[in-house]
Design a protein around this ligand. Structure first.
Ligand SMILES: Nc1ncnc2c1ncn2[C@@H]1O[C@H](COP(=O)(O)OP(=O)(O)OP(=O)(O)O)[C@@H](O)[C@H]1O
Ligand SMILES: [Mg+2]
Length: 574
């Protein structure tokens, strides 16, 4: 804060020094030329150099401090935004594209920065200079000053109008920049599909469209921004010209000294620069208000409205109950889960099967409280999960999802992320071995230190899945959730990984979602879901015997296999 005062103080001094040519000119004319003062002839040039040297030093110091402050602010705002976005509910990400968020964090914060700097430095300094010059002209000749400055109010109206326009353009421009970012991100992260389907022209067109929009906005913007200076200049010169004629005639008639006249005219001309800068700043404040509005639009969004409980989940006994759980996504009207009742005991392996879109993933997501139930309750050890602290609840859960997400880091670190705090190298390698990661790592040059690229692009689907499984194994959480965790593995590796998972599941409560029924045969209980409801439940044997949906699915997969076996010889024959 004291730094800020220093900047303000420097600005005032610099602003005052900037008005010094006015008295200097008056003195030069009236003392040196008229009175032939040889002493002043030496003093005045020296004083001028000394003053401007001081000004230069102060300005440099001021810039150093001020840019420091404004960059610190930018960094703080970026961090604040980033952290805030991480606390926003899941629904936020469904509505805001990542590219646009990147744009807010980068561009919008940056244009806020430019104004903070200008406000702190140029605005203050130029206001002081302008005030100083005003005082000078009134001191030199107040009646001329009144005449010359009558144009002032005329300037204000159009310029404030321009400011409003600029704000609108800025909003638009920033929004389009967001679109450009989003397009780039989507296009390059989906580069494989883009090329495979020949979508390059479509992507290029989309990109060009946004770029053209941006160009249009910027061209309009520049039309208004660059209008202020010439407008002000013409007005300024007009009033100076008037004084030149009016004051000039008074000098000729001997009423006023040459020095006063010249100093007055110089002061008037010098006023033009601070006025121009001040008006520009007023206009640019509007631009950056637009940026600030976009930043605060997000900062003002309420953080995750989860009623976070205070309780710690300790001494987990392993009982999980769903009581009349109904759920619907906030963005949709359709009920996705309908009156789910389910009790799972410790060490049970619950398999969930059902058609795509039946609500299996949603059901297990609710355990993490990614979303909250619309009605009903989920209890762990008899306590509503909403009463636990989120981090405490989530630390008891390990998840391997349908889409594996890996960070652009080494294989080793991607496994290590599984557990908070430090794990020993042995633990990490142990988890890797159990998930059969070591099997393919041996064949990569850099082994566990291999960087795997953005989202793990340098690995095969099955390899990624095994790393994700190793991560879950390392986490060693009492509740394990596998959502199509082994779908990308070949039957051989799947069997090996399944064995590892079986060992892991032994003392845990597990939910296993799988389309391939062969992988869940050994579950303690199989739930069959259809359209948001649990329609059947039982063991593999009992469900097969009851000739319901499960039997139908089973037969379909079985027949598929038969078909494949039959088709092959036919193909050979053709
Ligand atoms: N974020 C979301 N917002 C709105 N609706 C969603 C969202 N996620 C899923 N849905 C809808 O909820 C229903 C259940 O989806 P869910 O992902 O639970 O199905 P699933 O049983 O896991 O299917 P799959 O076997 O294909 O993974 C689907 O109709 C889906 O369209
Ligand atoms: Mg799913």
């Amino acid at each position: 804060m004291s730094k800020l005062y220093l900047v303000i103080f420097f600005s005032i001094i610099v602003g005052i020094i900037a008005t010094s040519p006015v008295p200097i000119i008056q003195k030069t004319f009236d003392s040196i030329f008229t009175e032939k003062d040889y002493f002043m002839l030496k003093v005045i040039p020296l004083a001028l150099v000394a003053l401007y040297f001081l000004k230069a030093v102060l300005m440099y110091a001021q810039n150093l401090i001020m840019f420091g402050i404004s960059w610190e602010l930018v960094v703080q705002f970026r961090e604040k935004l980033f952290a805030h976005i991480h606390r926003l509910p899941f629904g936020f990400f469904e509505e805001n594209e990542t590219g646009k968020l990147i744009s807010r964090i980068n561009n919008d914060v940056a244009i806020m920065q430019s104004t903070i700097t200008r406000l702190l430095k140029e605005f203050l300094q130029n206001s002081v200079t302008l005030t100083g010059l005003m005082i000078w002209v009134f001191y030199l000749k107040w009646d001329w000053a009144l005449m010359a400055l009558i144009v002032f109010p005329v300037m204000i109206f159009p310029v404030s109008n321009i400011g409003r326009k600029l704000k609108k353009f800025s909003h638009k421009g920033q929004e389009i920049l967001g679109n450009i970012n989003a397009t780039v991100l989507e296009s390059f992260s989906g580069v494989k599909i883009v090329r495979a389907f020949g979508l390059e022209p479509r992507e290029l067109k989309k990109f060009q469209r946004h770029n053209d929009d941006y160009l249009k906005v910027m061209k309009k913007n520049v039309k208004y921004v660059e209008m202020t200076s010439p407008f002000l200049e013409v007005l300024g010169v007009a009033s100076s010209a008037f004084i030149l004629w009016y004051g000039g005639s008074q000098v000729l008639s001997g009423e006023i000294s040459q020095g006063t006249f010249l100093a007055f005219i110089v002061a008037l001309f010098m006023m033009y620069t601070p006025i121009r800068v001040l008006f520009k700043i007023i206009a640019s404040i509007q631009t950056s208000l637009a940026g600030a509005e976009r930043v605060f639009e997000i900062l003002d969004l309420p953080e995750e409205k989860v009623r976070e409980g205070q309780k710690e989940l300790i001494d987990f006994k392993g009982k999980i109950e769903f009581q009349d759980v109904c759920f619907r996504y906030p963005s949709r009207s359709k009920t996705v889960l309908d009156k789910i009742n389910l009790t799972v005991n410790k060490s049970e392996v619950i398999a969930i099967v059902g058609m795509s879109g039946a609500g299996k993933t949603t059901l297990v997501d609710l355990l993490f409280r990614f979303f909250d139930v619309t009605s009903g309750k989920i209890l762990i050890d008899g306590e509503d999960i909403q009463n636990f602290r989120l981090s405490s609840l989530r630390s008891h859960l390990a998840l391997v999802t349908q889409e594996t997400f890996l960070f652009n880091d080494t294989i080793f670190n991607n496994i290590a992320f599984g557990k908070e705090g430090d794990s020993t190298r042995e633990e990490i390698l142990g988890a890797a071995k159990a998930a059969h990661v070591d099997y393919f790592v041996e064949n990569i040059d850099e082994g566990y230190e291999t960087l795997i690229g953005e989202r793990g692009v340098k690995l095969s689907g099955g390899q990624k899945q095994r790393i994700a499984i190793a991560r879950a194994i390392l986490r060693n959480a009492p509740i394990l959730i596998l959502d199509e965790a082994t779908s990308a593995l070949d039957s051989e590796s799947e069997k090996l990984v399944q064995d590892a998972l079986h060992n892991l599941m032994e003392h845990r409560t597990s939910f296993v979602i799988a389309h391939r029924l062969s992988t869940i045969k050994h579950a303690n209980r199989i739930l069959v879901m259809d359209d948001g409801k649990i329609v059947e439940s039982g063991t593999h044997q009992s469900l097969l015997a009851s000739s319901g949906l499960y039997q139908k699915y089973y037969n379909m997969q079985f027949i598929d296999l038969e078909d494949q076996n039959r088709v092959r010889p036919d193909k050979d024959a053709v």
